[in-house]
Design a binder for this molecule. Structure first.
Ligand code: F6R
Length: 249
């Protein structure tokens, strides 16, 4: 695991966007793994600008998102379908049908989760995957647990996750209680993983990821075993680490 530090989130977002540009240049048909939330927004903005000026094109790429809330249809403003459309898909040049997210309103959610997993297995590995991290160290919505869940699955969200995400809703009561999340197998099989973490709210999770042992109670810690994972942290997220734990960019 490589741990890279920059004081500000913008530098790290630009760095991550550059890795996506590099990836698409080396293989325009790349399969991208995508996250939602506050953290990757700036990276998506940079990729939108890069597309606009002709520096990169997503026209041959495809993507799979990590997760979706159960019970929110694609047109719900707090759904991850909506988020992706608003902040990324509408700003770049993917072809119609190139982007996949789990369907949070599928009639049979368990089947939807397994079908989604199968679709990823059928196309092979994700070439590059961007992750955020929860304050409880979740990645995707793999919440702290006794085991690492390998396949895409329906998950009950931790109270802390629902609290953290209440800012996207009118109140915590509106935050869905469940989500469909990619499991650890697809995450660990991704050829390249970039995890962005911004702010002091992520400092404990980052300390446990970097300095703790591999433990399903700290879901992100599984990345210690990944062959090509880069953790990108700003000043706040790095605040419980020593300077010797990371390299500045
Ligand atoms: C989102 C996802 C989550 C978020 C995490 C951090 O698709 O999978 O793991 O990355 O909850 O969210 P933010 O970036 O809003 O702090």
């Amino acid at each position: 695991m490589k741990i890279l530090y920059a004081k500000d989130a913008d530098t790290l977002s630009r760095y991550a966007a550059d890795r996506f540009v590099e990836q698409i240049k080396s293989n325009p048909k790349s399969i991208l793994g995508l996250a939602t939330g506050s953290t990757p927004k700036k990276m998506y903005e940079y990729l939108g600008e890069d597309t606009h000026v002709g520096k990169v094109s997503f026209s041959e790429a495809t993507s799979f998102n990590l997760d979706e809330y159960v019970g929110l249809a694609a047109d719900h403003p707090a759904s991850y379908h909506y988020f992706m459309e608003e902040y990324f898909f509408s700003k770049v040049d993917f072809k119609e049908g190139a982007n996949s997210l789990p369907n949070g309103v599928a009639e049979n959610l368990e089947k939807e989760a397994l079908d989604y997993d199968q679709r990823i297995q059928d196309v092979g590995e994700l070439d590059i995957l961007i992750l955020g991290i929860g304050s409880n160290a979740h990645i995707g919505f793999n919440e702290p647990d006794d085991v690492f869940e390998p396949l895409t699955h329906v998950v009950a969200l931790d109270h802390s996750t629902r609290q953290d995400n209440a800012r996207f809703f009118n109140s915590i009561d509106e935050v869905p209680t469940h989500a469909i999340s990619l499991g650890m197998r697809a995450i660990m099989r991704a050829k390249k993983v970039l995890l962005l973490a911004f702010g002091e709210n992520k400092a404990e999770a980052i300390r446990d990821l970097v300095k703790g042992k591999v433990d399903p109670k700290v879901p992100a810690s599984i990345l210690q075993l990944h062959a090509n994972a880069t953790i990108l942290i700003d000043e706040g997220a790095a605040s419980l680490l020593d300077e010797s734990d990371y390299t500045s960019i």
